[in-house]
Design a protein around this ligand. Structure first.
Ligand SMILES: [Zn+2]
Length: 205
């Protein structure tokens, strides 16, 4: 029994693998082969699976990226293909960087990060009150991938007072990004759960 994905060669564990006619593939390839969990792959051959996975081979570009939603210049969503893009934001980073693309299937979690530390509800309250002289040093939305890598959407990268308009504006964007990511991740989990019922056998092998 193979311990690597038949398509991309990535190592796969017992629960991160998905059965097709000839063997197993990883979750990332499964997302592509099943057209974002909308089709079953049980009866598909390796050749068929490879074709489906190759459709989006050119992932680091806007080709095949259909913008179905966006939040400011911080996050682009392609729900049709189950992907997101973090565009390069020159206003913030002050350097040219390439946009980054991720399959939603490969994203594990999303959280708002800032310094100094306080509870998010506390920061929310201070933003709402518009009175705090306290300074926040940075504000980011951190995206953690299934493989442990992280990426960050930077909203504030210099000290700003909580009561300032610039900070309040950025904080609103951070919350909207977090909400949108939560929605996308929840949808995915729902899809997975439905799929898992149909694929029960793969876990029992
Ligand atoms: Zn794979």
């Amino acid at each position: 029994m193979g311990k690597t994905c038949d398509v991309c060669g990535k190592e796969i564990g017992l629960f991160g693998r998905f059965r097709y006619a000839d063997g197993y593939i990883c979750k990332t390839c499964y997302a592509k082969a099943s057209r974002q969990f909308t089709e079953t792959i049980r009866s598909k051959s390796l050749a068929e699976i490879k074709v489906l996975c190759a459709v989006k081979r050119d992932e680091a570009s806007f080709e095949n990226f259909k913008v179905t939603g966006k939040i400011g210049n911080y996050l682009l969503v392609d729900e049709k293909h189950g992907r997101i893009c973090i565009p390069c934001n020159r206003m913030i980073s002050q350097q040219v960087s390439e946009p980054r693309f991720y399959d939603i299937a490969t994203i594990k979690a999303c959280r708002i990060a800032y310094q100094p530390y306080m509870e998010l509800t506390e920061l929310e309250q201070l933003v709402k009150e518009q009175r705090s002289e306290q300074t926040i040093h940075y504000l980011k939305v951190i995206i953690t991938l299934e493989d442990g890598r992280e990426d960050a959407i930077t909203l504030v990268n210099k000290p700003l007072r909580i009561k300032s308009y610039a900070f309040r504006q950025s904080f609103q964007f951070a919350e909207r990004i977090q909400q949108e990511m939560d929605r996308l991740l929840n949808n995915r989990q729902k899809d997975n759960a439905e799929q898992d019922e149909g694929e029960e056998e793969y876990a029992a092998v």
